[in-house]
Ligand binder design. Structure first.
Ligand code: PRP
Length: 179
């Protein structure tokens, strides 16, 4: 019997010391492939031309999704001074930790004919995803949608992220007090 990405995620997910631990899922090559393919499913025929991923876990998933879709990857960096050349820069609202981040993409990475899929492991306040939306718009490109493993976002702003696809919601995961 084939196990679905959703079942894999629910089965392998752990809390360790209050931190969500999905790394064992990525360590298993077969499971990783199933999860990446499930993230892509609604977007296979959406005309996506670029995948964006936010530093750092979004790099891992976004790169894999880009490869599978056969398009390029656009890094969204938080770290200052790490990106060469001209950049587009945006500030986030406070994220799930109450932190504001400065997000950057290389200006030349996107053009007005690009159709962008944002990929991440987890969305909670949506602050970082919404800031990426602004960067994509500043490049003149279109954010087609957002694919995440875990959705914990309550805000109505989710609609601003285009087609939204999550493998599970946070309330389906084991309770954080278990870890
Ligand atoms: O919806 P929000 O409240 O904006 O939070 C979601 C973001 O937070 C996490 O990254 P984190 O900042 O923990 O960085 P990491 O991937 O390096 O752990 C996650 O990977 C998202 O990028």
């Amino acid at each position: 019997m084939t196990i679905s990405a959703r079942e894999l995620l629910l089965e392998r997910f752990r809390w360790i010391g209050g931190h969500a631990d999905m790394w064992p899922l990525f360590r298993d090559g077969d499971a990783f492939k199933v999860v990446v393919r499930a993230l892509i499913d609604p977007f296979r025929d959406a005309g996506v031309t670029a995948v964006c991923g936010i530093e750092s876990r979004g790099f891992l998933l976004g790169g894999a999704v880009a490869m599978e879709l056969g398009v390029g990857f656009v890094a969204v960096r938080k770290a200052a001074g790490m990106f060469p050349g001209e950049k587009l820069i945006g500030e986030t609202e406070p994220d799930y930790c109450g932190l504001r981040h400065t997000l950057r993409i290389q200006r030349a990475a996107l053009s007005p004919d690009d159709r962008v899929l944002l990929v991440d492991d987890w969305i909670e306040t949506g602050s970082q995803a919404l800031a990426v939306r602004e960067l994509v718009a500043a490049a003149g490109a279109k954010l087609v949608g957002c694919a995440v493993l875990v959705d914990q976002m309550q805000s109505d702003s989710k609609a601003a992220l285009g087609e939204f696809h999550a493998l599970v919601t946070a309330d389906e995961l084991p309770d954080a007090s278990m870890g």
